[in-house]
Design a protein around this ligand. Sequence first.
Ligand code: PNS
Length: 173
Amino acid sequence: MKNVIAIYPGTFDPLTNGHLDLIHRGSRIFDQLIVAILRNSEKTPLFSLEERIGMLKECTADLPNVRVDTFEGLLVDYAAQQKASAVLRGIRAVSDYEYELQMALMNRKLDSRIETIFMMPAEAYSYLSSRLVREIAQLGGSVTGLVPEMVEDRLRRKIKRVEPPGRLPVNRS
Ligand code: PNS
């Protein structure tokens, strides 16, 4: 019996309904799906690694064959270490294709045992990205329906803490 393990890698800053849609689709195809968050010290994410792990774990708790993990270094090395034979990536529009193709072919060059499998999220999420969600939330727009409810709540709480620019502390003396 084959036990196909796939890695769904990404930054997930934050998790969107598009990511979640792909996780559901992947969990139906693969025996095990590992959602792997890149630990990247060069980027300053909106949500800390711990926060992103927490949100992903909570939103995938109903999927018994899905596990959340983190990785650093080369994706192919992590995949081999996890005995995974596939990498799952989402393709939303033609604009994603060039970057994804380059990455898939480079990963194949690095380790030919690992196949990249592309899946398309539901059409409703084809224009959705974490970057746009962050921008909309930071500018006070609504992200309802774009991210899971608990992510929306965390976004609201996180962004509330940011002081508007130029506001000086009140001098009460
Ligand atoms: O969500 P993202 O930012 O599109 O995910 C990009 C990710 C994490 C899949 C990619 O940056 C990655 O795999 N990084 C690990 C380093 C690596 O293996 N680089 C070579 C890729 S060909």
